[in-house]
Ligand binder design. Structure first.
Ligand SMILES: CSC[C@@H](O)[C@@H](O)C(=O)COP(=O)(O)O
Length: 328
């Protein structure tokens, strides 16, 4: 599969994740406005992919030829397009650091980040595969995935789903239970599509079936990615992750988080300080463009939640298992 986020002929090129799985197509984004819109519509999504998109967005702004101040203002628009995944600001900041060298220097830095991404993800998910094998006894494994932390959520390879690729290569995966991931269905649309492409057996389930599956002994390990990890090891990830972790702890199922170090926000003491994106009510009150809830229904639609470190078996990055570092 091509890179989820790339650069060609002066444009940011993304796999259009809104169109999947019905159509596999790319979008060429030539302005910061177009990129911000793609980020907010989730045409490009997933923490590491957002970091790469943000960095390339700074290159778009730099090539547009405005003053340094104008480029910085555009960079801020990119960094705040979505608030929870720290990788977005991280990518923007790193590319912006090269602004003094001109647009080509910014682009070179952004492209270096894209090159690094696959290697970091392969390494982190390889370490996590070792953790999964240490924490479990049954072979082959029955895994559970929430949201999409695969190739599509990164530039290439994936984080939590990257663990599945490593284990599948070794013939160690029996099947994956895929949480559909309400309300935007990153699981049933994207994770299921990636598993099908890779020939990994899977079943889609409603998010609310996860606890039952665990109670029946159908899950050997839960694997998720992360959007921001606080210094104390609390993990922000797709809404529903926290409930999944509570169920996993109750049933003694290992709960493994996989992310690049760029997802760790050492400036944040605990998950309580992580800003949680709230998205528009229509994502809940409508389905496929058809109104479901009463006309005057209000909605609470947080896109992420925070799982306390105590519920996490291991946070694994390219450096191995991460030890929480509570701030004094
Ligand atoms: C490797 S991706 C990890 C997370 O970014 C992923 O699990 C997630 O929550 C993505 O949310 P999304 O709203 O689809 O951007």
């Amino acid at each position: 599969m091509r890179r989820t986020v790339d650069w060609a002929d002066g444009a940011v090129v993304i796999i259009d994740q809104v169109a999947l799985p019905g159509a596999y197509r790319t979008l060429e984004l030539r302005t910061v406005d177009e990129l911000v819109d793609a980020i907010q519509r989730l045409a490009v999504r997933g923490a590491p992919a957002l970091g790469a998109a943000g960095a390339l967005g700074v290159a778009l702004a730099a090539f547009a030829g405005g003053s340094d101040g104008a480029v910085r203002a555009e960079a801020e628009r990119l960094a705040t397009a979505r608030p929870t995944a720290v990788n977005l600001r991280w990518g923007v900041t790193r590319a912006l650091g090269k602004l003094g060298g001109g647009p080509e220097a910014v682009l070179t830095e952004a492209l270096a980040m894209l090159d690094e991404d696959e290697h970091l993800n392969r390494t982190a998910s390889g370490h996590a595969a070792d953790v999964v094998l240490r924490e479990t006894t049954r072979r082959p494994l029955r895994l559970l995935s929430h949201c999409n932390a695969g190739h599509l959520a990164t530039v290439a390879w994936g984080t939590a789903l990257g663990v599945v690729w490593h284990l599948h290569e070794r013939g160690l995966v029996e099947s994956v239970l895929v949480d559909e991931t309400r309300p935007l269905l990153q699981g049933s649309r994207l994770t299921a599509w990636e598993l099908a492409q890779a020939g990994v057996p899977y079943r889609v389930q409603p998010d609310s079936a996860a606890a039952l599956a665990m109670s029946r002994g159908l899950v050997d390990c839960v694997l998720v990615g992360a959007d921001r990890i606080a210094a104390n090891g609390d993990v922000a990830n797709k809404i529903g992750t926290y409930g999944l972790a509570i169920a996993a702890a109750h049933h003694g199922v290992p709960f493994v988080v996989v992310a690049p170090e760029s997802t760790v926000d050492a400036s944040i003491a605990s998950g309580a300080d992580i800003e949680i994106e709230e998205r528009r009510p229509s994502e809940l009150t409508e389905f496929g463009g058809v109104r479901i809830a009463p006309e005057d229904a209000e909605a609470f639609n947080p896109a992420f939640d925070v799982t306390p470190a105590a519920l996490v078996t291991a946070v694994v990055t390219e450096n191995g298992v991460r030890t929480p570092q509570p701030m004094s």
